[in-house]
Design a protein around this ligand. Structure first.
Ligand code: SF4
Length: 299
């Protein structure tokens, strides 16, 4: 075997591993949150970015393998941004043989008319888009709306909420929409962004650039993402650990009296092996210790 044949073989092996990992993670998220049920019609929102292409691609694969029966319909909202290549998605979807719908709605002009020059357009634009997509879901008889947010979006949103809204919340993997009529799911919730990027390359998705609207990029989100990337470089594994903490919440050890009855807390009089050893430093699974403040150790 010459070198290039070896390289091709290695690449094929890596691609295979990547495909298996992404499909396993999506399948696991769907199962953990009961995202898709027998008979569902899942509307996949396709923006033309790498994440929504990946979402559609993986869901179509799982649809063939899953023990349950569900339908997929791809939906793109053509917001009439200048330069939007309107034929790219229909051609791709026709070739794929998947049912699809393109909704034409000139939200771009509305946003340009209403928002003064130089101000951020994203919040009105996404509000308008959301309204259109909810309506289309109803018209198509979709029972679930699937969005392409991934693990890194979820973590970045957690920090943005902490930094700018003083809230401990993020994008959940499954929720009922604000109009009360739709269930929104995020099947990529466990997938890493860099895997989706790599998958987009492997599958050669015809990516549509996301800067057609001419909006300024969301600087705060970019800065938070950069912060996470730097942490991960310095402390490998930190992102995964932080992400897992979202599914391991201890309300009695936070400070929200709506989630835990601190006011009514009384000694039970019985020892509890899993109880809190408030005066001991906490031992982690790997045997290391979370250091306490001197004050906590010595009163
Ligand atoms: S980046 Fe452009 S298309 Fe995307 S939400 Fe903002 S204004 Fe809308």
């Amino acid at each position: 075997m010459n070198v290039s044949a070896k390289q091709i073989e290695k690449q094929r092996y890596e691609n295979n591993k990547l495909a298996k990992r992404l499909r396993r993670e999506v399948g696991q998220a769907i199962a953990d949150f009961n995202m898709i049920e027998d008979g569902d019609k899942v509307m996949v929102c396709l923006s033309g970015g790498k994440d929504s292409f990946g979402l559609l691609d993986i869901l179509l694969y799982l649809k063939e393998k899953a023990p349950i029966d569900f339908d997929v319909v791809a939906v793109n909202l053509d917001q009439k941004q200048p330069g939007f290549p309107a034929d790219v998605l229909p051609n791709y979807l026709k070739n794929l043989g998947v049912p699809f719908h393109i909704e034409n709605e000139d939200t771009y002009s509305i946003v340009k008319r209403v928002i003064p020059e130089g101000k951020t357009t994203c919040s009105l634009c996404s509000r308008l888009r959301r309204g259109v997509l909810y309506r289309v879901a109803g018209e198509l008889g979709a029972t679930k709306i699937a969005l392409g947010h991934h693990r890194d979006d979820i973590l970045a949103t957690l920090f943005l909420n902490m930094f700018f809204a003083a809230k401990l919340k993020t994008m959940p993997p499954k929720l009922v929409s604000d109009d009360g009529c739709n269930v929104v799911i995020r099947p990529l919730a466990y997938c890493r962004e860099k895997d989706l990027e790599a998958w987009a390359g492997v599958r050669e998705f015809p990516i549509i650039p996301c800067n057609l609207c001419g909006s300024q990029p969301n600087l705060q989100r970019q800065q938070v993402k950069q912060m996470l990337v730097e942490w991960e470089k310095r402390f490998p594994g930190r992102i995964e650990t932080m992400f897992r903490s979202l599914a391991n919440v201890v309300p009695s050890h936070l400070m929200d009296p709506r989630l835990f009855d601190f006011a009514g807390l009384k000694p039970s009089g019985r020892p509890d092996p899993d109880g809190d050893r408030a005066f001991d430093p906490e031992e982690l699974a790997d045997g290391s210790i979370i250091p306490l403040e001197f004050k906590a150790l010595h009163g």
